[in-house]
Structure formats: structure tokens, C-alpha cells
Design a protein around this ligand. Structure first.
Ligand SMILES: [Zn+2]
Length: 129
């Protein structure tokens, strides 16, 4: 079980998604180890390549508010199947120590450990032991 508030908040975020080109609305939450919740939505652009995913917007929102650690990402979309993070977002999640990715799809809640989704992230060689 995850907090009902997370499910409601991530679904509520879909209304703020800016997706006039693809129509794919995505909403994400970045949740810190002490339970603070930061929201993000996908933001598309006419150039398409400048589009930013909801997960990264949520993480950058958290970092912009002084956070350095994100424990959980919650994600949903308006697609008719569960949406999964792209590789770029997984790499950014790795930077801030994400441990779990939770995908909300209708009434379903699908939980994945971060390592399951991204077992071999790129790491800064200077941090290797
Ligand atoms: Zn992404």
C-alpha cells in the first residue's frame, strides 16, 4: 500500500501537464526520505526535442527547493497502459538516490525497486570505491 494522498496527488497533476503535441499527459511526484512531496508534469515544446519528462521536472522542483535526496518517484499518465520512466530520467533518479518507482495506472499500483529498472547506471568514476 502507498499513501492514498500520493495516488490522488499524482493523478491530479495530469491536469497541469503541457502536452499539446503528443497528447500524452504525464504527472510525477518526487518524495524525499522525510516524506516531502514535490510535483512535476511533462512540459512539451514546439521543437519536440526540448520536451522535459514529468519525473525530471519533479526532481528538479525538489532540488530547487533545497532537497538533495529523493527516495521515491510516483508516476502516472493518461495512456491506456502503465507508463515507465525513460532512460534519461532513470539516470537523473540515480543521481539523487531514488530507491523505488511506483507506477499508478487507474486503480493499479505497480511498485519497482530502482535497481530492478536500472541495474547499471552510469556512475561518476571519482565516486567509485
Ligand atoms: Zn523521462
Amino acid at each position: 500500500m502507498i499513501p492514498r494522498e500520493w495516488v490522488e496527488l499524482v493523478k491530479d497533476g495530469l491536469k497541469n501537464s503541457y502536452a499539446p503535441y503528443s497528447g500524452v499527459k504525464v504527472s510525477a511526484l518526487a518524495i524525499t526520505p522525510d516524506g516531502k512531496v514535490y510535483r512535476g508534469v511533462n512540459v512539451e515544446n514546439a521543437s519536440l526535442g526540448l520536451t522535459v519528462c514529468a519525473e525530471r521536472v519533479a526532481i528538479f522542483n525538489a532540488v530547487s527547493n533545497g532537497e538533495k535526496r529523493i527516495k521515491t518517484i510516483v508516476l502516472t499518465s493518461n495512456l491506456d497502459k502503465p507508463i515507465y520512466p525513460c532512460g534519461a530520467c532513470l539516470q537523473v533518479m540515480n543521481e539523487f538516490g531514488v530507491e523505488e518507482v511506483i507506477i499508478v495506472h487507474g486503480d493499479r499500483v505497480i511498485r519497482h525497486s530502482f535497481n530492478e529498472l536500472f541495474p547499471r547506471p552510469f556512475s561518476d568514476w571519482r565516486k567509485q570505491g
